[in-house]
Design a protein around this ligand. Sequence first.
Ligand SMILES: Nc1nc2c(c(=O)[nH]1)N[C@H]1C(S)=C(S)[C@@H](COP(=O)(O)O)O[C@H]1N2
Ligand SMILES: [Mo]
Length: 442
Amino acid sequence: MQKTEVARGPRSRSGSATDNVVDTSSPQSQARRRFLRRGVVLAGATVASATGIAAARAQRLEISQSNLEMGRIIEPTAYGMPSKFEAQVSRRRTDVFVNKQNWSDWSMTPLQHQLGIVTPNGLFFERHHAGVPDIDPDKHQLVIHGMVKQPLKFSMSDLMRYPSVSKIFFLECSGNGLADWTKAASTTVQQSHGLLSCAQWTGVPVSALLDEAGSDPAAKWVLFEGADGSAHARSIPIEKVMADTLLVYGQNGERLRPEQGYPLRVLIPGWEGNVSVKWVRRIKVSDQPWHLRSETARYTDPMPEGKWRQFSFVMECKSVITRPSGGMKLTGPGVYPIEGFAWSGNGTIKAVDVTVDGGKTWREAALEEPVLDRCLTRFRYVWDWDGGPAKIASRAVDSGGYVQPTVAEIAKARALVGFVQHHNGIFPWSVSQAGEVKNAIA
Ligand SMILES: Nc1nc2c(c(=O)[nH]1)N[C@H]1C(S)=C(S)[C@@H](COP(=O)(O)O)O[C@H]1N2
Ligand SMILES: [Mo]
């Protein structure tokens, strides 16, 4: 359902929106009425001009060359690839940081080109600390030990005999956006937000395996360790492990890609990407955390008075406009859909507001089904651009009533010094009179 005629007052940080007012004289509803009228004009066979969404008048449909010849024959054993005309849609590093080596590296998802909520496997962002290992699934083993009755060892084929689940979850690196707190460093949404992707994951709940190994009632923390050159590892509270942590081997209908942890990774829904250990080989149960490198020297957050916060697990509610976004150009005044993604590590998306005047007024966008738990959710707002300079941004609210904050609000609670993680601030784009869209974070 389009709910474009509901005007909203400012949301409070506690999450209770002020009364909804049905405002049929709003520019938004006027734009929609104009839009609908134009539709009628087109149906009446006279071509309306300057509609913004200008479809050309259909006159005669020529027979196309492709109708006249036979197409390419099937290559029965080839893995299918996108059309050659989509070659510009690819993962990219950001050029904001010049990386001096390629072992600890990352590549970003082209969110501005993503359709729907699922990221294709070849476009799923990559983040790894010591390159991508090449692991033979027939030799890979997973061991569970520590505070358990019976240490266990699993092969991939053992694991694949357990009842599996398939669930769609987003994955976001907590470093997403770290170059764009107080200055507009990134040009495109791929650079500013592309350490974010979403997939349907297939695997086994870790709880099933821990039950089988018989974890000690005094156990409180679980270690996951990877088989890569960084032997990346994290300590996770056992409640979260038992609640919804998965050991996954499938991604969007096929086996994991090597970059995503083939043949086996951990997937911890809604939490920072770093805890979802790839190429996982060891699970250890304990009554305390390990305070590993990624829990002390890295993946901690600077706080006021020189303190540092450890274990900032949850990716809090966030959203971003992907169309129009940085680097795009509007072709002239008219109707444009403002579209983007909203997500929350704490649940589902309840609402997304959009501003076109730099945050002075907000309107509620329509959410596109399906709206799923800890999953990317699409929003859309129909904008009639008058051709003047504008500043557009989105603000998401999740099922817990949490409202996506501004950077200024985050700065009040935390210290923005150095490489700061967990940037879920409202992210504005400016639109110039010439229609050019630019990063307007500061
Ligand atoms: N073994 C291992 N697991 C890892 C990492 C790693 O370097 N080694 N990187 C982590 C980080 S920082 C992130 S954000 C996610 C990225 O997952 P992806 O590459 O599938 O997008 O994997 C996490 N798991
Ligand atoms: Mo990450």
